[in-house]
Design a protein around this ligand. Sequence first.
Ligand code: G
Ligand code: MN
Length: 388
Amino acid sequence: MRAPSRDGTDAATPLNLMVVNRSTEWCRAVMTAVDDLDAGLLTCGAGEAVKRLARTGTHYTHLLVHERDADGLTGALAELAAEFANPDLDMLLLGCNADIACAHLRVIEAAEPSAVHQALITSPARSRPVLASDAASLAAMLDDAIVEVRYQPIIRISDRRPIGVEALARLCHPALGRLLPDQFMPQIEEAGLAAGFTQRMISRVFADLLGSGLAGTGIRVSVNFPLDVLLCPGTLAWLEQQRAACGIPADRIIVELTESQPVHHPDPVRRSVEHLRALGYGVAIDDVGPAVPHLERLLTLPFTSLKLDKGLVSQAERAPEVLHYLAETVRAAKAHDLKVVAEGVETEAAWTHMRSIGVDHVQGFLAARPLPRTAVPVWLQAWTGATV
Ligand code: G
Ligand code: MN
C-alpha cells in the first residue's frame, strides 16, 4: 500500500525512515506503524546516521531518534536534520525529552504504533520567513536571535584530504525560526549591520576553534566578509586582536571576500588584502562568476585562493559553455598562483569535471553538508577512514 500524502495533496510521498534506536518497545511500535505504509526503513547507530546525512545519497523523509541510544549525538542530528530543505527531513524524538528544544523537532511521547503512525503521516509546514527591511527592526531582530555556525568541509582533490572548513551562518530567532544566509544577509548588508554581524560570527568561530570538535584538527577555517566589512580598518584590527588573544595562528584563518557588493575600486581592497596577508591570513575571492566585474584586475591583488560559484559548478555537467568559462577562470587564477576551490560539488561527475579543469579543492554536499561543530569529528573520522 502507498503512503498517504503528508501534505494533504494527491501526490503520495514515499516514506523513507532512518531510525536510531535500540529499544525493543520503540522498535515494535515503529515496525507496526509502518506496516501499512509504503516505507523504506534503515536502523543504524547515531554515528552512522551523522555520516549518512552529512553527504548526498539516499534522501530520508524522517529521522526517528531515541535519545538514550543516540550516543550524545541527538543535538548534532537535530542540527543536521535542519539543514535539509525541499525535500525536508522531519526529525521525531522517540519519548519525551525536555532538554532538546528545537522548533523543527517533534516528540512522540508513547511507544504506541498509532502515535508513531500519526506523526509519520502529518508533516509540519515549514515557513519561509520574510524579514522587515528597516535598520531598527533588523537590529532588534538580530538582538533576539542566536547566531549559529555550521562548518562545511573543503577537500583537496589530489589526495581527498579535508584541508579546511567554511564557517556558514545560521540565525535562530524565537519567532521567525531558522534562517539561512540568503534569507538575512542581503537585508543585513543593506541596513549597514554587516560589520557587527561578522564580529558575532567570528567570536563564535574562535570559541569553536578552541573547543572540542575543531581544536585538535588543525584544519583551516574560512570566514565570509562582505566588501564594506573588508574595507573597514576597525573590523580588521578587531579581528587581529581577537585572533591574537585566542592564540589561533593567522594562517589557520582565510577571509573570503563575498560577491554581494561588486568591487568597482580595487585600490582600497588591495590595501586590506595586503594588510591581512602581511599578518599571515589567507584571503579568498568568493562566488566567482561572469557577474564579477573586472576579475582580471582583482586577480592582480595578492589573494591566496579563488572560489567558483556553486550555481555555475552545478551547471557545468550539462552546459559545455559553463565548463569552458570555469576552465578559463581556473587558468587565469593559476596564472596568478591562486588555489582554486569549487563550491556546490554535489555529484561524482561534478567532482570529475572539476578535477579535469585543474581545480584544487572542492566543497559541497557530495563530501559534506554544512555540519554542526559536534558532527565535524564524526564526519572526519568517517571520511578519512573510508577514503584516504
Ligand atoms: O555561495 P554561498 O557561499 O553564499 O553559499 C553558502 C550556502 O550554500 C550554505 O549556506 C550552504 O547551505 C549551501 N551549500 C553548500 N554546499 C552546497 C551544495 O553542494 N549544494 C547546494 N545546493 N547548496 C550548498
Ligand atoms: Mn563563502
